[in-house]
Every structure is written in structure tokens, then in C-alpha cells.
Design a binder for this molecule. Structure first.
Ligand code: 4GX
Length: 253
């Protein structure tokens, strides 16, 4: 009952490097996770192992040929019902924590197609791909980092992968706000002190401070998240306090 990922790429070493460390390495060693890495060039039938070609219609850049993708799928994952093929591209659905949860629950083997160059022949998307994801609105040089991003985000949701199961419940995205600031020893460092409330031992005051800091960070950096978040009455009070301070600062400037 372990999660099975496969990655199709022309740069297998890029993925192997990242998967060989820390939590993912341990998850793979303990059979909670498996990641098959496949070199697309091995499925290019010509003697030069060609995976790209010029675009029909002209224009800049190269397009990945369809044949190696069809061949690898037919030889490794012939049964449509047992596979979920994901294409990484800027045209895809934006990957987020909800998508990570969906993929963590998926029973089928998850196969990532990592493109290089400008594009992949549309017939690959139309016939083989089940879902297209983007990891953000910027252009990368290939789909390898996005595949690793998704594997990483999904892996830590698999029971047993993180030592402390509770740590996934408490973190920012599961409660819809950004995280509050954290501190560790020493209490005084280069003239900077830890906020007194965190040393007070007053847990309701600490929780109130953390919630206020979380609302403040979200208001400043991700107002879109704050709009979706359902504020309780006490959250509204904290938000008023934050806005009060920011108005005072505005008036003094
Ligand atoms: N989130 N890229 C893929 C090549 C490509 C283009 C079109 C398939 C179709 C990206 C992103 C991303 C750059 C990876 C273009 N492959 N992928 N590559 N942002 O920018 O996922």
C-alpha cells in the first residue's frame, strides 16, 4: 500500500539527486513511497535517440515528438485504468495544497511527463494525459522541478512519512492563513529579543498573539487568502487591532 510515482524525463539525474536526501530518501527506503525514474530517450527508436523536432507552422523553439511518449506508456503502463498521467506545464491547473491532498488519496500510479523545449506535441496531451498542472505563473526550463515539487508536497501527506503526524494539521495552509513567526534560543540575539508573550507561559495569550500575527501576515502578503477565510468574532477583533495600528502609522507618515 505505498504511493507509486513515475517520472518521464530526458534528465533522470536531476530527479535522483533530490530524491536521495532527507525525508524523501527515508520514505523511499521504508517503502512508504516509490519513485520510478525513466529516461525518455530510451524510448526514441532512431539511432540518434531524437526526442524533439521543428514545429509545424514555423516559429521559435523545438517541440517534443509524440512517439517516445506513446512508446513508453505502451511498454510500461499499458492499462489505462491503473495510471494517472500528469503533464507539467504553465498551461495547467495551478497546483496547491488541495491538489496535493487529492493526489495523496489517488490509488492509481501517478506518472509525470516532464517537457523540455517550447512544447510537447498536442497529441500527447489529447491521448495520454489525464491532468495538466502548473506550479506557478512563471516559465521554467523544464518540468523536472515541478514534478519534484508535487512529489515533495504529496509525500509529506502520506501517513508515516513525517515523524510527527500532527505537524501537517497545525501548519498554515490547513487552517487557511499564513504561518505566524517562530523563535528558538537564544532569547536575546544581536540586540534582537523574542516577543515576551512567548516566554510568559500564558497559553491563551500565546495563541491569541499567534493568531493575530497569522492574520497580519495574511493581510499583508496574501489578502486573497484572507477573503476566503471565515473569520470568527475574536478574529475580527484581532483584525481591527491590526488595522488600527496600521492607520496610526499612516497618520504619523
Ligand atoms: N509549472 N515549464 C514545461 C515545457 C513544456 C511546455 C509546454 C509541456 C508543454 C512549468 C510551470 C513550466 C516550462 C515546464 C515549459 N512542456 N511547468 N516546459 N510553471 O514553466 O509546470
Amino acid at each position: 500500500m505505498s504511493k507509486k510515482f513515475h517520472v518521464v524525463t530526458i534528465f533522470p539525474e536531476m530527479l535522483k539527486a533530490y530524491l536521495g536526501f532527507s525525508i524523501l530518501k527515508r520514505a523511499i527506503q521504508s517503502n512508504l513511497l516509490s519513485v520510478g525514474i525513466h529516461n525518455l530517450r530510451d524510448y526514441a527508436p532512431d539511432k540518434h535517440k531524437t526526442v524533439d523536432d521543428y514545429p509545424y507552422g514555423g516559429g521559435a523553439g523545438m517541440v517534443m515528438k509524440p512517439d517516445p511518449f506513446f512508446r513508453i506508456v505502451e511498454s510500461l503502463w499499458p492499462e489505462k485504468e491503473k495510471r494517472k498521467i500528469i503533464l507539467l506545464s504553465p498551461q495547467g491547473r495551478l497546483f496547491n495544497q488541495d491538489a496535493a491532498c487529492e493526489l495523496a488519496r489517488e490509488d492509481k500510479d501517478i506518472i509525470f511527463f516532464c517537457g523540455r523545449y517550447e512544447a510537447i506535441d498536442q497529441r500527447v496531451s489529447d491521448n495520454l494525459v489525464n491532468e495538466e498542472f502548473s506550479v506557478g505563473d512563471y516559465i521554467l526550463t523544464g518540468g523536472e522541478l515541478p514534478a519534484l515539487v508535487i512529489i515533495d508536497a504529496v509525500a509529506r501527506l502520506i501517513p508515516g512519512v513525517l515523524g510527527d503526524f500532527c505537524s501537517t494539521k497545525e501548519e498554515s495552509f490547513s487552517w487557511g492563513l499564513l504561518d505566524y513567526p517562530h523563535y528558538t534560543r537564544p532569547e536575546h540575539y544581536r540586540g534582537m529579543s523574542v516577543p515576551g508573550v512567548l516566554l510568559s507561559g500564558n497559553h491563551s495569550a500565546i495563541n491569541r498573539w499567534r493568531k493575530k500575527q497569522a492574520i497580519k501576515a495574511t493581510l499583508e502578503n496574501r489578502p486573497d487568502l484572507l477573503e476566503k477565510y471565515v473569520l470568527s468574532d475574536s478574529d475580527r477583533e484581532l483584525l481591527e487591532e491590526i488595522k488600527e495600528v496600521s492607520n496610526e502609522l499612516d497618520r504619523s507618515n
